[in-house]
Design a protein around this ligand. Sequence first.
Ligand code: GLY
Length: 359
Amino acid sequence: MRIVPVSLGNRSYQIKVGSGWLPRLGAECARLKLGQRCAVITDTNAGRLFAKAALKSLAASGFDPVLITVPAGEKSKCLALVEKCHDQLAAHRLERKSFIVALGGGVVGDLTGFVAATYLRGVPFVQVPTSLLAQVDSSVGGKTGVNLKSGKNLVGAFYQPQLVLCDLDTLKTLPKREYVSGLAEVIKYGIIYDAVLFAQLERNLPKLLQRDAATLRSVVARCCEIKAEVVGQDETETGLRAILNFGHTIGHAIENSSGYGKYLHGEAIAIGAVAAAKLSRTVLGLPSGDGERVEKLLAQAGLPVTIKLDAARRKKLFAAMRLDKKVSHGEIQFVLARKIGKVLWGQKVPAEAIQAVLP
Ligand code: GLY
Protein backbone atom coordinates (compact mmCIF):
# COMPACT_ATOMS: atom_id res chain seq x y z
CA MET A 1 0.00 0.00 0.00
CA ARG A 2 1.26 3.50 -0.80
CA ILE A 3 -0.03 6.77 0.64
CA VAL A 4 0.50 9.94 -1.35
CA PRO A 5 -0.26 13.23 0.44
CA VAL A 6 -1.77 16.17 -1.44
CA SER A 7 -0.70 19.30 0.46
CA LEU A 8 -3.21 22.10 0.10
CA GLY A 9 -3.42 23.67 3.57
CA ASN A 10 -6.78 22.98 5.15
CA ARG A 11 -7.88 21.22 1.94
CA SER A 12 -5.10 18.61 2.16
CA TYR A 13 -5.95 14.94 1.71
CA GLN A 14 -4.43 11.55 1.05
CA ILE A 15 -4.41 9.30 -1.99
CA LYS A 16 -4.26 5.65 -0.94
CA VAL A 17 -2.96 3.30 -3.63
CA GLY A 18 -3.07 -0.49 -3.34
CA SER A 19 -5.24 -3.58 -3.42
CA GLY A 20 -8.37 -4.17 -1.34
CA TRP A 21 -9.43 -0.58 -0.65
CA LEU A 22 -13.03 -0.88 -1.85
CA PRO A 23 -14.09 -3.26 0.93
CA ARG A 24 -12.51 -0.79 3.38
CA LEU A 25 -14.39 2.24 1.98
CA GLY A 26 -16.72 2.47 4.99
CA ALA A 27 -13.89 2.27 7.53
CA GLU A 28 -11.93 4.93 5.62
CA CYS A 29 -14.96 7.25 5.48
CA ALA A 30 -15.53 6.72 9.21
CA ARG A 31 -12.02 8.10 9.85
CA LEU A 32 -13.07 11.33 8.12
CA LYS A 33 -15.81 11.95 10.70
CA LEU A 34 -18.50 12.84 8.18
CA GLY A 35 -22.29 12.62 8.57
CA GLN A 36 -24.16 9.31 8.57
CA ARG A 37 -26.23 9.92 5.45
CA CYS A 38 -24.37 9.62 2.18
CA ALA A 39 -24.75 8.93 -1.54
CA VAL A 40 -22.75 6.80 -3.92
CA ILE A 41 -22.81 8.13 -7.48
CA THR A 42 -21.75 5.59 -10.07
CA ASP A 43 -22.47 4.62 -13.67
CA THR A 44 -24.07 1.54 -15.16
CA ASN A 45 -20.68 -0.14 -15.78
CA ALA A 46 -18.88 0.55 -12.51
CA GLY A 47 -22.13 0.17 -10.58
CA ARG A 48 -22.67 -3.37 -11.89
CA LEU A 49 -19.19 -4.38 -10.72
CA PHE A 50 -18.57 -2.40 -7.55
CA ALA A 51 -21.72 -0.78 -6.11
CA LYS A 52 -22.68 -3.78 -3.98
CA ALA A 53 -19.27 -3.87 -2.29
CA ALA A 54 -19.27 -0.09 -1.75
CA LEU A 55 -22.76 -0.03 -0.22
CA LYS A 56 -22.03 -3.07 1.96
CA SER A 57 -18.84 -1.53 3.28
CA LEU A 58 -20.50 1.82 4.02
CA ALA A 59 -23.47 0.17 5.75
CA ALA A 60 -21.13 -2.01 7.83
CA SER A 61 -19.50 1.15 9.16
CA GLY A 62 -22.87 2.61 10.20
CA PHE A 63 -23.53 4.85 7.18
CA ASP A 64 -26.87 5.19 5.42
CA PRO A 65 -25.99 5.23 1.71
CA VAL A 66 -28.23 5.83 -1.27
CA LEU A 67 -27.15 4.71 -4.74
CA ILE A 68 -27.45 7.03 -7.75
CA THR A 69 -26.60 5.42 -11.11
CA VAL A 70 -26.05 7.43 -14.29
CA PRO A 71 -25.60 6.03 -17.82
CA ALA A 72 -22.02 5.06 -18.67
CA GLY A 73 -20.25 7.35 -21.13
CA GLU A 74 -19.02 10.89 -21.69
CA LYS A 75 -22.58 12.06 -22.50
CA SER A 76 -23.34 11.83 -18.77
CA LYS A 77 -21.03 14.79 -18.14
CA CYS A 78 -23.87 17.25 -18.72
CA LEU A 79 -25.85 19.82 -16.77
CA ALA A 80 -29.09 17.85 -17.12
CA LEU A 81 -27.58 14.99 -15.10
CA VAL A 82 -26.14 17.39 -12.52
CA GLU A 83 -29.69 18.55 -11.86
CA LYS A 84 -31.00 14.97 -11.71
CA CYS A 85 -28.33 14.06 -9.15
CA HIS A 86 -29.13 17.18 -7.08
CA ASP A 87 -32.81 16.22 -7.09
CA GLN A 88 -32.01 12.72 -5.88
CA LEU A 89 -29.73 14.03 -3.13
CA ALA A 90 -32.51 16.35 -1.98
CA ALA A 91 -35.07 13.52 -2.14
CA HIS A 92 -32.84 11.50 0.18
CA ARG A 93 -32.41 14.51 2.45
CA LEU A 94 -28.64 14.77 2.26
CA GLU A 95 -27.42 17.56 4.52
CA ARG A 96 -24.29 19.73 4.70
CA LYS A 97 -22.48 17.10 6.77
CA SER A 98 -23.53 14.31 4.45
CA PHE A 99 -21.04 13.14 1.87
CA ILE A 100 -20.91 11.72 -1.63
CA VAL A 101 -18.74 8.92 -2.99
CA ALA A 102 -17.72 9.02 -6.66
CA LEU A 103 -17.43 5.37 -7.71
CA GLY A 104 -16.27 4.97 -11.29
CA GLY A 105 -14.02 6.41 -13.97
CA GLY A 106 -13.28 9.97 -14.99
CA VAL A 107 -16.82 10.81 -16.11
CA VAL A 108 -18.30 9.77 -12.77
CA GLY A 109 -15.57 11.57 -10.83
CA ASP A 110 -15.90 14.84 -12.74
CA LEU A 111 -19.70 14.81 -12.60
CA THR A 112 -19.88 13.77 -8.94
CA GLY A 113 -17.25 16.32 -7.91
CA PHE A 114 -19.28 19.09 -9.53
CA VAL A 115 -22.50 17.80 -7.96
CA ALA A 116 -20.73 17.81 -4.57
CA ALA A 117 -19.27 21.29 -5.15
CA THR A 118 -22.68 22.76 -5.91
CA TYR A 119 -25.20 20.87 -3.77
CA LEU A 120 -25.95 22.99 -0.68
CA ARG A 121 -22.98 25.15 -1.83
CA GLY A 122 -20.67 22.21 -1.23
CA VAL A 123 -20.73 18.87 0.57
CA PRO A 124 -17.69 16.63 1.19
CA PHE A 125 -16.87 13.92 -1.35
CA VAL A 126 -14.60 10.91 -1.65
CA GLN A 127 -13.15 9.66 -4.91
CA VAL A 128 -13.02 5.92 -5.56
CA PRO A 129 -11.63 5.85 -9.11
CA THR A 130 -12.06 2.51 -10.87
CA SER A 131 -10.28 3.22 -14.17
CA LEU A 132 -6.56 3.71 -14.74
CA LEU A 133 -7.15 7.16 -16.20
CA ALA A 134 -9.15 8.27 -13.16
CA GLN A 135 -6.62 6.80 -10.72
CA VAL A 136 -3.63 8.58 -12.20
CA ASP A 137 -5.27 11.83 -13.23
CA SER A 138 -8.88 12.91 -12.97
CA SER A 139 -9.62 11.82 -9.39
CA VAL A 140 -6.70 13.86 -8.03
CA GLY A 141 -6.42 17.64 -7.89
CA GLY A 142 -9.99 18.86 -7.61
CA LYS A 143 -10.93 19.63 -11.19
CA THR A 144 -14.64 18.88 -11.47
CA GLY A 145 -17.12 19.73 -14.17
CA VAL A 146 -19.24 18.86 -17.15
CA ASN A 147 -19.22 19.49 -20.89
CA LEU A 148 -21.25 21.93 -22.97
CA LYS A 149 -22.12 21.31 -26.63
CA SER A 150 -19.52 23.93 -27.46
CA GLY A 151 -16.65 22.35 -25.52
CA LYS A 152 -15.29 19.91 -22.98
CA ASN A 153 -15.27 20.79 -19.26
CA LEU A 154 -16.51 24.34 -19.92
CA VAL A 155 -18.61 24.38 -16.72
CA GLY A 156 -16.98 23.32 -13.48
CA ALA A 157 -15.30 24.12 -10.19
CA PHE A 158 -12.04 23.46 -8.41
CA TYR A 159 -13.28 21.36 -5.52
CA GLN A 160 -11.01 18.95 -3.66
CA PRO A 161 -12.09 15.53 -2.41
CA GLN A 162 -11.56 14.49 1.23
CA LEU A 163 -9.83 11.28 0.20
CA VAL A 164 -8.92 9.31 -2.93
CA LEU A 165 -8.96 5.51 -2.70
CA CYS A 166 -7.23 3.86 -5.68
CA ASP A 167 -8.10 0.18 -5.40
CA LEU A 168 -5.89 -1.52 -7.98
CA ASP A 169 -8.15 -4.59 -7.90
CA THR A 170 -10.80 -2.61 -9.78
CA LEU A 171 -8.45 -2.39 -12.77
CA LYS A 172 -8.56 -6.17 -13.27
CA THR A 173 -11.97 -6.00 -14.97
CA LEU A 174 -11.33 -2.84 -16.98
CA PRO A 175 -11.84 -3.43 -20.74
CA LYS A 176 -8.50 -3.46 -22.57
CA ARG A 177 -9.30 -0.39 -24.67
CA GLU A 178 -10.04 1.67 -21.56
CA TYR A 179 -6.99 0.41 -19.73
CA VAL A 180 -4.75 1.30 -22.66
CA SER A 181 -6.42 4.71 -22.86
CA GLY A 182 -5.30 5.32 -19.26
CA LEU A 183 -1.73 4.51 -20.24
CA ALA A 184 -1.68 7.69 -22.36
CA GLU A 185 -1.92 9.78 -19.16
CA VAL A 186 0.68 7.58 -17.45
CA ILE A 187 3.14 8.15 -20.32
CA LYS A 188 2.31 11.86 -20.19
CA TYR A 189 3.74 12.09 -16.65
CA GLY A 190 7.05 10.75 -17.89
CA ILE A 191 7.16 13.28 -20.71
CA ILE A 192 6.24 16.31 -18.60
CA TYR A 193 8.07 15.64 -15.33
CA ASP A 194 10.10 12.50 -14.94
CA ALA A 195 12.55 11.10 -17.50
CA VAL A 196 13.34 8.22 -15.10
CA LEU A 197 9.66 7.22 -15.05
CA PHE A 198 9.57 7.45 -18.85
CA ALA A 199 12.56 5.07 -19.14
CA GLN A 200 10.93 2.71 -16.60
CA LEU A 201 7.77 2.68 -18.69
CA GLU A 202 9.81 1.82 -21.78
CA ARG A 203 11.41 -1.09 -19.90
CA ASN A 204 8.31 -2.31 -18.09
CA LEU A 205 5.63 -1.80 -20.72
CA PRO A 206 4.97 -5.56 -21.16
CA LYS A 207 4.41 -5.93 -17.38
CA LEU A 208 2.20 -2.87 -17.36
CA LEU A 209 0.15 -4.23 -20.25
CA GLN A 210 -0.26 -7.48 -18.27
CA ARG A 211 -1.52 -5.35 -15.32
CA ASP A 212 1.19 -6.78 -13.07
CA ALA A 213 0.22 -5.76 -9.53
CA ALA A 214 3.62 -4.55 -8.28
CA THR A 215 4.33 -2.58 -11.47
CA LEU A 216 0.90 -0.98 -11.33
CA ARG A 217 1.30 -0.02 -7.68
CA SER A 218 4.57 1.76 -8.24
CA VAL A 219 3.49 3.42 -11.51
CA VAL A 220 0.08 4.61 -10.23
CA ALA A 221 1.66 5.91 -7.01
CA ARG A 222 4.40 7.77 -8.94
CA CYS A 223 1.85 9.38 -11.27
CA CYS A 224 -0.21 10.45 -8.24
CA GLU A 225 2.95 11.83 -6.57
CA ILE A 226 3.72 13.94 -9.63
CA LYS A 227 0.16 15.19 -9.86
CA ALA A 228 0.13 15.98 -6.13
CA GLU A 229 3.42 17.92 -6.43
CA VAL A 230 2.12 19.96 -9.36
CA VAL A 231 -1.32 20.64 -7.86
CA GLY A 232 0.27 21.44 -4.48
CA GLN A 233 2.17 24.28 -6.16
CA ASP A 234 -0.59 25.55 -8.45
CA GLU A 235 -4.05 24.35 -7.46
CA THR A 236 -6.06 26.58 -9.80
CA GLU A 237 -3.81 26.47 -12.86
CA THR A 238 -2.35 29.93 -12.87
CA GLY A 239 0.89 28.51 -14.32
CA LEU A 240 2.66 25.20 -13.60
CA ARG A 241 -0.49 23.05 -13.48
CA ALA A 242 -0.91 23.70 -17.20
CA ILE A 243 1.89 21.17 -17.85
CA LEU A 244 -0.64 18.43 -17.07
CA ASN A 245 -2.34 19.46 -20.31
CA PHE A 246 0.49 18.21 -22.53
CA GLY A 247 -1.22 16.73 -25.60
CA HIS A 248 -4.60 18.04 -24.48
CA THR A 249 -4.91 21.13 -26.71
CA ILE A 250 -5.22 19.00 -29.82
CA GLY A 251 -6.55 16.00 -27.88
CA HIS A 252 -9.59 17.83 -26.49
CA ALA A 253 -10.32 19.29 -29.92
CA ILE A 254 -10.21 15.77 -31.43
CA GLU A 255 -12.67 14.53 -28.80
CA ASN A 256 -14.94 17.51 -29.27
CA SER A 257 -14.90 17.72 -33.06
CA SER A 258 -15.41 13.99 -33.64
CA GLY A 259 -18.31 13.71 -31.19
CA TYR A 260 -17.65 12.61 -27.62
CA GLY A 261 -17.13 8.88 -27.39
CA LYS A 262 -15.59 8.17 -30.84
CA TYR A 263 -12.12 8.52 -29.36
CA LEU A 264 -11.55 7.67 -25.71
CA HIS A 265 -9.85 10.49 -23.82
CA GLY A 266 -6.45 8.78 -23.70
CA GLU A 267 -6.62 7.91 -27.39
CA ALA A 268 -7.20 11.54 -28.33
CA ILE A 269 -4.45 12.61 -25.91
CA ALA A 270 -2.00 10.16 -27.49
CA ILE A 271 -2.59 11.70 -30.92
CA GLY A 272 -2.32 15.15 -29.35
CA ALA A 273 0.91 14.22 -27.54
CA VAL A 274 2.60 13.06 -30.73
CA ALA A 275 1.50 16.25 -32.51
CA ALA A 276 2.77 18.31 -29.53
CA ALA A 277 6.11 16.45 -29.68
CA LYS A 278 6.41 17.36 -33.38
CA LEU A 279 5.61 20.99 -32.59
CA SER A 280 8.16 20.83 -29.77
CA ARG A 281 10.81 19.90 -32.29
CA THR A 282 10.13 22.95 -34.46
CA VAL A 283 9.44 25.44 -31.65
CA LEU A 284 11.75 24.33 -28.80
CA GLY A 285 14.27 22.09 -30.55
CA LEU A 286 13.17 18.85 -28.87
CA PRO A 287 15.79 16.29 -29.97
CA SER A 288 14.34 14.07 -32.72
CA GLY A 289 15.31 10.96 -30.71
CA ASP A 290 13.06 12.13 -27.83
CA GLY A 291 10.14 12.73 -30.22
CA GLU A 292 10.61 9.26 -31.67
CA ARG A 293 10.66 7.67 -28.19
CA VAL A 294 7.38 9.41 -27.31
CA GLU A 295 5.67 8.17 -30.48
CA LYS A 296 7.13 4.66 -30.13
CA LEU A 297 6.06 4.18 -26.50
CA LEU A 298 2.51 5.40 -27.15
CA ALA A 299 2.21 3.18 -30.24
CA GLN A 300 3.66 0.15 -28.42
CA ALA A 301 1.13 0.68 -25.66
CA GLY A 302 -1.54 0.21 -28.36
CA LEU A 303 -2.60 3.86 -28.67
CA PRO A 304 -3.35 5.72 -31.92
CA VAL A 305 -0.67 8.26 -32.81
CA THR A 306 -2.06 9.88 -35.98
CA ILE A 307 -5.40 11.09 -37.28
CA LYS A 308 -6.58 11.40 -40.89
CA LEU A 309 -8.39 14.67 -41.51
CA ASP A 310 -10.36 15.72 -44.57
CA ALA A 311 -10.94 19.45 -45.11
CA ALA A 312 -14.26 19.50 -43.22
CA ARG A 313 -12.88 17.67 -40.16
CA ARG A 314 -9.77 19.84 -40.14
CA LYS A 315 -11.98 22.94 -40.04
CA LYS A 316 -14.07 21.51 -37.18
CA LEU A 317 -10.92 20.55 -35.26
CA PHE A 318 -9.43 24.04 -35.48
CA ALA A 319 -12.75 25.60 -34.48
CA ALA A 320 -12.83 23.30 -31.43
CA MET A 321 -9.23 24.23 -30.54
CA ARG A 322 -10.13 27.92 -30.48
CA LEU A 323 -12.93 27.24 -27.95
CA ASP A 324 -10.67 25.39 -25.55
CA LYS A 325 -10.08 26.82 -22.06
CA LYS A 326 -6.38 26.98 -22.89
CA VAL A 327 -7.01 29.78 -25.39
CA SER A 328 -5.75 33.10 -24.00
CA HIS A 329 -6.39 36.46 -25.70
CA GLY A 330 -7.58 34.49 -28.73
CA GLU A 331 -4.25 32.63 -29.05
CA ILE A 332 -4.00 28.86 -28.83
CA GLN A 333 -1.47 27.94 -26.15
CA PHE A 334 0.51 24.72 -26.07
CA VAL A 335 2.57 22.80 -23.55
CA LEU A 336 5.73 21.82 -25.41
CA ALA A 337 8.73 19.70 -24.49
CA ARG A 338 12.40 20.73 -24.42
CA LYS A 339 13.35 17.15 -23.68
CA ILE A 340 11.66 14.13 -22.13
CA GLY A 341 10.95 15.11 -18.51
CA LYS A 342 10.98 18.88 -19.10
CA VAL A 343 8.18 20.93 -20.64
CA LEU A 344 7.22 24.60 -20.92
CA TRP A 345 3.64 25.84 -20.80
CA GLY A 346 1.96 28.84 -22.45
CA GLN A 347 3.76 28.36 -25.77
CA LYS A 348 2.09 30.30 -28.56
CA VAL A 349 2.27 28.47 -31.85
CA PRO A 350 1.36 29.86 -35.29
CA ALA A 351 -1.65 28.18 -36.94
CA GLU A 352 0.51 27.07 -39.91
CA ALA A 353 2.81 25.11 -37.60
CA ILE A 354 -0.21 23.33 -36.09
CA GLN A 355 -1.52 22.55 -39.60
CA ALA A 356 1.85 21.06 -40.47
CA VAL A 357 1.77 18.48 -37.66
CA LEU A 358 -1.77 17.37 -38.49
CA PRO A 359 -1.39 15.95 -42.02
N1 GLY B 1 -6.10 16.76 -15.89
C1 GLY B 1 -5.40 17.98 -15.79
C2 GLY B 1 -5.46 18.60 -14.44
O1 GLY B 1 -5.97 18.00 -13.51
O2 GLY B 1 -5.01 19.72 -14.27
